[in-house]
Design a protein around this ligand. Structure first.
Ligand code: MG
Length: 388
């Protein structure tokens, strides 16, 4: 069994939206396909994946460093001990050959696309969804058949007023969501509190609303927002300060009794260990948002979960960033807390299959093999273009 070819292309994300710090109008994602010599149902077994959402394509690293290493490897060195399936760990160490420890970031995202495509190949070889493959691989027995999801959005659209924000949350409710997330930090504190209050009016309670500052606040700003928001009893306060400023996070956790969320910009299990040891994380409330699509894939993500669980934290507090099909399968396969999604934003990568409905804040897992990209018409269209 061997890899015949790997192809990658940058795909532009639709949407002209911005959070507190980043405008997404020029954002791209790397779509990637690994073609094997295996055949199922009369078709070649191909693994498809992409490097999550929100951090740009990684064409350079993937094409100049990782694909050559993969193609130069002895085919058997990429397989597991049975020789019948690819080993995600062996593939990851192959594509990171001669790279020094540390220095995560873009490299972690590039590696994710390849590692996730390997999971898709293994799932297709077994004719099952990736979530089931992951559950078996990590001895969890079976995947979870339904996953809690929440609607993320609440950006600063041009010309937004509070009626637009209220309408947006009402649309998510009509679509079956019960919990929501909005951006803060792109306006002044007073204005943001008005926006939060408008959102809570529709959401029904602060416990149905999380807010995300995208890492923009100084400690003083974060504490000022924390103090102003305390009374709302929000679901969580996300990425208040720089994701690697563990001192800030620790100080904020002392000054805010509600849940803090962070981790989408931590790309290794060592980063997660530091968050837990030095970032003031509290096992009874705080939320962890590491994204297997940004951080070397599922094998590294599982080490992150181990860092949490060996220190008294529970995987039910893990809600991966991203809002796409790959993350949904990881949540189901590993039994995590839930998954975000951005309804109608970040297309064609964002969201789930065309026919996957949200009911009372949960989604039923699809039964098609692999990640089920075939069920998402605008996304499979990009992969078909890539393969033609
Ligand atoms: Mg975020």
């Amino acid at each position: 069994m061997k890899i015949l070819k790997v192809v990658e292309t940058p795909v532009k994300l639709e949407g002209n939206i911005s959070n507190a710090l980043v405008n997404f109008s020029s954002h791209t994602v790397s779509a990637l396909a690994i073609i094997t010599d295996q055949v199922r149902h009369g078709k070649p077994v191909i693994g498809l994946a992409f490097n999550s959402i929100g951090r740009f394509d990684q064409s350079g690293i993937i094409r100049s460093r990782m694909i050559p290493r993969l193609m130069q490897a002895t085919p058997d060195s990429l397989l597991d001990s049975t020789g019948q399936r690819f080993s995600p760990e062996n593939v990851l160490s192959c594509i990171l050959k001669n790279e020094k420890p540390g220095g995560h970031g873009d490299r972690a995202q590039a590696a994710s696309a390849i590692e996730l495509a390997i999971w898709e190949i293994n799932a297709r070889l077994d004719d099952e969804p990736v979530s089931q493959t992951i559950a078996k691989y990590f001895d969890r027995g079976a995947r979870e058949e339904s996953v809690a999801v929440y609607a993320a959005g609440g950006y600063y659209y041009d010309g937004e007023n509070d009626s637009a924000l209220r309408n947006e949350i009402a649309r998510y409710q009509d679509a079956g969501f019960t919990k929501f997330k909005m951006k803060i930090g792109g306006a002044d504190l007073k204005r943001d509190m008005q926006r939060i209050e408008a959102a809570i009016e529709v959401a029904g309670s602060g416990q149905n609303l999380a807010v995300d500052a995208n890492g923009r606040f100084s400690l003083n700003d974060a504490l000022a927002y924390a103090s102003a928001m305390q009374k709302y009893k929000l679901w969580w306060f996300e990425e208040a300060g720089d994701p690697l400023d563990f001192e800030l996070n620790a100080a904020l956790s002392k000054g805010y009794s509600g849940a803090l969320a962070t981790g989408e910009n931590l790309f290794s299990h060592q980063d997660v260990k530091n968050l837990v040891l030095f970032g003031g994380a509290r096992p009874d409330r705080d939320i962890f948002q590491m994204d297997p699509g940004l951080s070397y894939g599922v094998s590294e993500y599982v080490k992150m979960i181990d860092e949490l669980e060996t220190r008294g934290f529970d995987r039910r507090f893990a809600y991966p960033h991203g809002g796409q099909l790959m993350g949904l399968h990881v949540v189901s396969g590993l039994g995590l807390g839930g998954c975000e999604t951005y309804p109608n934003i970040f297309q064609p990568m964002g969201g789930f299959g065309d026919d996957m409905e949200i009911n009372e804040g949960r989604v039923s897992m699809p039964s098609n093999p692999g990640f089920g990209f075939e069920s998402k018409s605008n996304l499979i269209h990009e992969f078909v273009k890539l393969l033609s």
